[in-house]
Write a protein that binds this ligand. Structure first.
Ligand SMILES: NC(=O)c1ccc[n+]([C@@H]2O[C@H](COP(=O)([O-])OP(=O)(O)OC[C@H]3O[C@@H](n4cnc5c(N)ncnc54)[C@H](OP(=O)(O)O)[C@@H]3O)[C@@H](O)[C@H]2O)c1
Length: 252
């Protein structure tokens, strides 16, 4: 079984899942260009991983075409070639439809969907046979709950797009797959939602391992997969807030 190091662009590495993902990839010896807009967080990542000589950071807004093209070109300049993209850029919001401004829908469409289009368009010309594209979605794309419409719709767009893209690029030997996540255990999440049963969250390291799998030869057979990494999470009616009064009784 091959565990050959890969050369990857990791966009949105400054977010919650960045560190665990980078650690898993760095353990394989990958050469990584980490991007984000948060210079302070990039400096922390550089301090944590940069000493190995294979991890570099770059301040860039990869949700914009110029920033994405710059990042892809820098990765190739730094490492000589590029094997793939791990696209961690994303956003989240909750709110009932009637209380959600359309600008919030636009923001999530940009962070969750259009950013993937832009980053992929920048990376694809550099990829060769065996190239890898990894994105992050949610089961809410298929099972949307109340007050999650902007998030669910933006991730549903991403998921459909990844599956279509996978058909386009598979004959070039390029693999586009998506990891479907519920709640990942991170310090930020624990602070925001201290009440959540830790048995229902998934460790960030397990997400990193899934990324390593989808960027390695072990996933050579996977094109257009939606791979759930949700731990023991399960949807329940309690999460949705319970049925409305009278639900389930025959109409008179
Ligand atoms: N964490 C979870 O529990 C969970 C669950 C389901 C799905 N996911 C998905 O998994 C991926 C990674 O999750 P995460 O928790 O690490 O995400 P995150 O912390 O919310 O965000 C990741 C990065 O996205 C970048 N970003 C957001 N909006 C942007 C925009 N408009 N333009 C450019 N960059 C933008 C931010 O980078 P800057 O530093 O540049 O601001 C941020 O660091 C995301 O797609 C997320 O939706 C996560």
């Amino acid at each position: 079984m091959s565990a050959a190091p890969r050369t990857l662009l990791v966009t949105g590495a400054t977010g919650r899942l960045g560190e665990a993902t980078v650690r898993c990839l760095a353990e394989r010896g990958d050469r990584l260009l980490l991007t984000g807009r948060d210079g302070g967080r990039l400096a922390e990542l550089a301090a944590a991983f940069g000493g190995r000589g294979t991890v570099r950071t770059l301040s860039a807004d990869t949700a914009e075409p110029d920033g994405a093209q710059y990042a892809a070109a820098e990765a190739v300049r730094e490492f000589g070639h590029l094997d793939g993209l791990v696209h961690l850029v994303g956003g989240f919001a909750v709110g009932p439809v009637m209380l959600t401004d359309v600008s919030s829908y636009e923001d999530l469409l940009k962070s969750n969907f259009l950013s993937a289009v832009v980053a992929t368009q920048a990376v694809l010309p550099h990829l060769r046979d065996g190239g890898r594209l990894v994105y992050f979605g949610t089961p809410l794309a298929d099972e949307p709950l109340a007050a999650m419409s902007s998030y669910a719709a933006s991730k549903a767009a991403l998921t459909a797009w990844v599956r279509s893209l996978a058909h386009e690029v598979k004959n070039r030997g390029i693999h586009a797959n998506l990891i479907s996540l519920t709640l990942v255990e991170t310090p930020e999440m624990r602070k925001e939602m201290p009440h959540v049963d830790p048995g229902l969250t998934v460790e960030a390291e397990l997400v990193g391992r899934a990324v390593r799998f989808l960027t390695g030869a072990e996933s050579d057979g996977m094109y257009g997969s939606v791979m759930p990494v949700v731990g023991r999470f399960g949807f329940s009616s309690a999460l949705a807030g319970g049925p409305p009064p009278g639900a389930g009784r025959p109409a008179r």
